[in-house]
Design a protein around this ligand. Sequence first.
Ligand SMILES: Nc1nc2c(ncn2[C@@H]2O[C@H](COP(=O)(O)OP(=O)(O)O)[C@@H](O)[C@H]2O)c(=O)[nH]1
Ligand SMILES: [Mg+2]
Length: 448
Amino acid sequence: MSEIRSRLTTEDQKQLSQLLGKVNLHLLYKASVHGFSVPDFHAKCDVQGPTLTVGYNKQGYTFGGYTSQDFDRSDSKTDNKAFLFRLQNWTEQPLKVAVNPDAVAVLNSRNTGPNFGDSLVFLNNEQIISGQRFNAQRIKAQRIRAEPGQSYSFNKSDLCGSDLDLVECEVYRVEEIKAPWRNLTRTKKELIDFIKSYKPYVSSVSKARVLLIGPVGGGKSSFINSTNSVFRGHVTSRALVGSGATNAPKKYSTYSFRGDEVGTSPPLILCDTMGLAEDTESGISSEDIISIIKGHVPNKYQFNPASPIKADTEGYIESVTVGGKIHCVAYVIDASKATILSTEMEKKICGIQSQINELEIPQIVLLTKVDEVCPLVGKDVENVYRSKYIEKKVMEVGKKLGIPVTCIVPVKNYWSDLELDCTTDILILSALVQMLRYADDYFEDLDE
Ligand SMILES: Nc1nc2c(ncn2[C@@H]2O[C@H](COP(=O)(O)OP(=O)(O)O)[C@@H](O)[C@H]2O)c(=O)[nH]1
Ligand SMILES: [Mg+2]
């Protein structure tokens, strides 16, 4: 069956959001499609949690009731959150009639559709309104009963005018929109403007230099490609991706970017290293990482895990300027792993971290593969800050590495996409902005 369309206009929805707060309305039942009958209503709407019933009459009134309780076929229910409403009409503002305290808000019955305390009853089978047998059942079901009573106090004509015949009746499940645990507050343009106007606090330095470190396969090279893609305005692939632990490149590579989207070359250099491994034989050594941070390692240097770079190694940079050092370290961690960091890896990173702390280099975490870890995010990256699972992962990695949650940025890299996506760009740009901010903290401390 093709998708059933709601009869609510955008304006109706705006008014309802003032009555209900920020919610999703999911259409469960539409009388003109599913049938103007009590069993049709119960089949679609029973035990669905909070619902909003909306009736429309020929006079043009849109009105109904909200209950936070289930509809079912028995039981009367109190519900202090229940209310009746009428949306704005020609002359009057929207009307909201709260249920009288502790009165019966919903009267579930086999014989009626949505029944708000017997005061507003939809699909009212009990009422005999027509002597004609022809179509009588259908006419009865299209009638409503609206009588102020113990449960709701209102003026009948204010609620639905003088017309008790429905042209339509819809029931929506009301889904609360959970507050995101963090907000995507800035637009892509604002983030790009920040990057465009960024100048390192120390005038001798033109670009902030950020080192990406983390286990092999975490997404370091993919993040560099993603950054390049955002700056170029289309998906690109510069750094070699996904070569696995044994073939992982052993080269140190630094990347500046061409800024088609930013106007000029962005004030940022990302440095890609060989990944960390759990054992001591393969993977980059912590000594080499510290040498990179201090600025001694030249671009394109081939690491030898067994023999870290020394002052007499060919290419070793003896005399280092501030611009040649690392100004911020980003740990790139794969969120999709069941155990986000093995005990060995955690120990290794924490060991490196304590040396980085001594050098007073700001550190952040890029939590990658958020699309893989949470199906909701896989479907739409916009859900990243609504995903409780990702929030949990952020807390977990923060605790393991002793890094404040504010320094942990979830990202989705462009790994299989052919086109850019605005929210994915925003997450990548947010991570870059965070890096520039932290690099500036480093520069400010130097200045002092
Ligand atoms: N689903 C998903 N896969 C990713 C993401 N980032 C990287 N990958 C994949 O993870 C693998 C390793 O990525 P790579 O960038 O080579 O990791 P590196 O070893 O840290 O440089 C590759 O197969 C990528 O396609 C991401 O955000 N989401
Ligand atoms: Mg790599």
